[in-house]
Design a protein around this ligand. Sequence first.
Ligand SMILES: C[S@@+](CC[C@H](N)C(=O)[O-])C[C@H]1O[C@@H](n2cnc3c(N)ncnc32)[C@H](O)[C@@H]1O
Length: 198
Amino acid sequence: MGFFNWAAPLVRRFGDRFTELDAAEIAGWLKPAVVPGGRILDVGGGAGQLAVLLADTLHASVTVLDPTPQMLDHVPSRPGVTAVSGVAEAMPFADSEFDAVVVSDAFHHFRDQPGSVKEFSRVVRNGGIVLVLELDPTGLMMRLIVLGEKLLGEPGAFFTPAEMCAFMAREGIAGECESLRKADYRFLGVVQKSGEVA
Ligand SMILES: C[S@@+](CC[C@H](N)C(=O)[O-])C[C@H]1O[C@@H](n2cnc3c(N)ncnc32)[C@H](O)[C@@H]1O
């Protein structure tokens, strides 16, 4: 049994940290690509707390993709939010199906990060947004968290903001990294499909 199967109740509780103010800020970053009625994919979206807030704030349709049934079972059943079982590295979606991908506190859990970024580029339309919210592993507290995750069998594959931007650029998504509160930072990139005009 994997970490998220047994730890789901704890992780679900932690996922309730998003406020309406957080959602408004995140929605503002996505707005250039997501009009009302647009489509967002929340990869590793867990129990869907952020998905619900984004669906309400942007009047968008949000799909939560996650491999852990103990998380997905708690995604509210309501209009505008859909739960789908699957992994970031091999998504069950058509090319260019979404206007934006959001990944919150999940990218460091993906076992094939380059493979997941290829999937972001495939399922997001040309000119769509990739937003990754992550934790900077610099500093004693974060180094202990990385060690703890590794001891629990998770990849703990964290990047600093500069490393994340360089990694995403190498994988074909140009964007910017900006530090937020405490160890949180965001990567905000735009998908450019070769031969297509955004
Ligand atoms: C710390 S939780 C974050 C949940 C939510 N995004 C949030 O911000 O509260 C990480 C989530 O990533 C999911 N996850 C782990 N490996 C994954 C993978 N390869 N593809 C997609 N999701 C994955 C886990 O099941 C878990 O729900």
